[in-house]
Write a protein that binds this ligand. Structure first.
Ligand SMILES: *Cc1c(COP(=O)(O)O)cnc(C)c1O
Length: 244
């Protein structure tokens, strides 16, 4: 699939340009391939370009693709809303969970990992856009939540994740990313190990990089348009909000 190879090269160019623009080194910025709805053939094609990081939104999809993707080394992050009854499966198929956003979920993960006698890397998801339709702990509660998660010794806190506001107004989108950065600074002062900032997608990765992103999550700009609207992946038990 040469279009995938070309698109990845284009994204790499965008990462380099945005890093240069903000005086950052582009090697600080990792590319996560957001592979929801993408076939394993196309994912393998993308990984063959040298990429190593993919993200899935649904436990069912993660599970279905797991065997086929074993042929190529990679890491899988879970980036979708995680229901507590899926905890047992997600720890089987994902290397990292970027969407930890409530204590009940964190405690269930802790319990499961105690049973398995292992640990897992996690990110705390913050709802920086304050949209009802999006998941994530509220910015006001993020610090207390992170301190609670820190008590759970099977969860290795690696960073913070957010989905920026969907808007053509860059200023408003930038605010979300600045907010996550500020939360990170406050947490680092409290010795919370939130070194990575997972923020920025196909349409807003430049803004995210300018505001300090270390992981951008790109789907559409690499694999093309998805067959379902994102509300299908993001709001599975919340009201759908009209996009701003
Ligand atoms: C789908 C998805 C992405 C990628 O979005 P694109 O706009 O297709 O680049 C990033 N993050 C999350 C959490 C997603 O669900």
């Amino acid at each position: 699939m040469s279009f995938i190879i070309e698109n990845i090269a284009t994204i790499k160019g965008r990462i380099r340009a945005a890093a240069e623009f903000s005086g950052r080194n582009s090697t600080e910025i990792k590319l996560l391939l957001a592979t929801k709805t993408v076939s394993t053939t196309n994912i393998i094609n993308a990984l063959e370009t040298g990429e190593t990081l993919i993200g899935e939104n649904k436990v069912q999809e993660l599970k279905e693709k797991f065997e086929a993707l074993k042929v190529i080394p990679h890491q899988t992050h879970f980036i979708g809303h995680l229901q507590t009854n899926k905890v047992k499966e997600v720890t089987k198929y994902a290397d990292c969970i970027q969407s930890v956003d409530r204590l009940e979920l964190a405690e269930k993960l802790q319990k499961r990992l105690e049973f398995e006698d292992r640990t897992i890397d996690i990110f705390i998801q913050v709802n920086t856009s304050y949209e009802e339709s999006k998941f994530g702990v509220s910015p006001e509660n993020a610090l207390i939540f992170a301190q609670q998660v820190k008590q759970l010794d099977r969860l290795n806190i690696k960073g913070l994740m957010t989905i920026g506001l969907f808007s053509v107004e860059t200023k408003k989108v930038r605010k979300c990313f600045q907010l996550l950065k500020n939360i990170q600074i406050r947490m680092l002062e409290k010795d919370l190990t939130v070194y990575d900032l997972s923020m920025g997608m196909s349409n807003d990765l430049e803004t995210a990089i300018e505001e300090g992103s270390t992981i951008i999550r790109v789907g559409t700009a690499i694999f093309g348009k998805r067959p379902y609207p994102d509300s299908y992946y993001w709001n599975d038990n919340k009201e759908t909000n009209p996009q701003v």
